[in-house]
Design a protein around this ligand. Structure first.
Ligand code: GSH
Length: 222
């Protein structure tokens, strides 16, 4: 299998966590932001990574979107399922995944890129890195007002995800799409001192889940 990705994307980390958890061998191709559209649009009709090319003969040619990739991986490799058997728990896990994908992954992006352009500029002050950060900020409309809203959404999310403090998994008694999605999409916060200091339980959970999958830890935790 081939994973088309941006090496730093937290949605691509989500796909890698699932591939690693299921011990599926795969290669990665790192795309260049901007030029990625030329490759992705004809393949999937979308412009986002991750995209998985299963390269398995009669399987779909290209799978776009991390949730669709999870669905495909569970069908292709039912061992170590990413969803609970129980239909009620299954719905819970899928709802959590969707909320994390659509709301929290975006909020993390806003807070992270704002941080990297200001207090976190010293992580990589190079012209090229700051240029990419500025392009991302313009692309998504990241500014003081939108970051403030994102911080509010993250505060609610962290309150909800505190269940991780008392139980190993967010849903039921097995690792699910909810744990993998939260671990990936919140991973950029590991570089932000405010979150490291105020939510140590979160980073303990992120490390635990990355280790359970056998995936390299994100920057800030490695
Ligand atoms: N819902 C999508 C979101 C993926 C996403 O937002 N990917 C970003 C990188 S983190 C991207 O490819 N952005 C480039 C673009 O929108 O052109 C998923 O889960 O795969």
């Amino acid at each position: 299998m081939l994973l088309l990705q941006f090496s730093t994307s937290h949605y691509c980390r989500k796909a890698r966590l699932a591939l690693a958890y299921k011990k599926i061998p795969y290669r990665v191709e790192n795309l260049t932001p901007g030029l990625h559209i030329l490759k992705l649009k004809p393949l999937t009709g979308l412009t986002t990574v991750p995209v998985l090319l299963p390269e398995l003969g009669n399987d779909p040619g290209a799978i776009a979107d991390s949730s669709q990739i999870f669905k495909f991986l569970d069908q292709h490799c039912p061992n170590l399922p990413l969803l609970p058997q129980d239909p009620e728990l299954q719905t819970q896990a899928l709802m959590l995944e969707d909320w994390l994908d659509e709301s929290i992954g975006t909020a993390t992006r806003f807070v992270y890129y704002h941080f990297r352009a200001h207090e976190g500029k010293s992580i990589d002050p190079s012209w090229s890195s700051q240029a990419v950060i500025q392009v991302v900020r313009r692309q998504y409309g990241i500014n003081v007002a939108t970051v403030e809203l994102a911080e509010g959404r993250l505060a609610i999310a962290l309150e909800h995800l505190k269940t991780w403090q008392h139980q190993a998994y967010l849903v039921g008694n097995q690792l699910t799409v909810a744990d993998l999605t939260a671990a990936a999409l919140l991973s950029p916060l590991a570089l932000i001192p405010y979150y490291r200091q105020s939510e140590p339980w979160l980073f303990a959970a992120l490390i635990r889940i990355h280790q359970a999958c056998g995936e390299a830890l994100p920057p800030g935790l490695s």
